[in-house]
Design a protein around this ligand. Sequence first.
Ligand SMILES: CC(C)(COP(=O)(O)OP(=O)(O)OC[C@H]1O[C@@H](n2cnc3c(N)ncnc32)[C@H](O)[C@@H]1OP(=O)(O)O)[C@@H](O)C(=O)NCCC(=O)NCCS
Length: 156
Amino acid sequence: MRTEKISRIEEAEWLAKRLVSIEKNEIIHLVAEVDGRVVAGGEVAKRKGHMSHVGTLGIAVKNGYRRIGIATKLIETLIREANRQGLKLIILDVYENNHPARALYRKLGFKEVGKVPKAVFWKGKYVGEIRMALEIEFQCSRGKIVSRCKRTLLMS
Ligand SMILES: CC(C)(COP(=O)(O)OP(=O)(O)OC[C@H]1O[C@@H](n2cnc3c(N)ncnc32)[C@H](O)[C@@H]1OP(=O)(O)O)[C@@H](O)C(=O)NCCC(=O)NCCS
């Protein structure tokens, strides 16, 4: 993770690369807009080769727009789309002290499957990183998507 401020040029380069990856269908990327302003973004980056059934999830919601369900909606939609594109497993890494994100992922059915201690040096101390995973396998029933493990949140 970068700690220094990102310049406008770097941001433009990042965006250009992102757009190419989306065009090539390497990434499923969504944004949430409020009054025409982008306030959140989420993505599932598809792995390759023997891991082409796996996607890595990332999500961020702008301060001031949190705790109103935006991340939940984005992740639910990303999971549906990942499932539609044949992915079977969504994984992510989260800092162990990021309790909002851990609570969010747990609520959506992700399981904590391991921890790397002292994975990052963040604000003057070592912080562990938790790997979380969600198996996705859905079947259609009367036009609705229903997961085999009956995760009702996906039925809206
Ligand atoms: C983590 C983050 C994406 C949550 O986004 P959000 O839109 O606020 O999440 P939602 O409103 O969908 O919240 C869903 C659930 O997550 C949990 N949650 C979210 N924020 C929380 C907080 N500050 N404290 C405790 N639980 C929280 C709750 O269980 C919540 O359900 P509830 O509101 O019914 O209690 C947002 O705080 C964020 O962008 N953080 C900075 C970036 C980040 O940490 N990204 C993840 C990196 S791995």
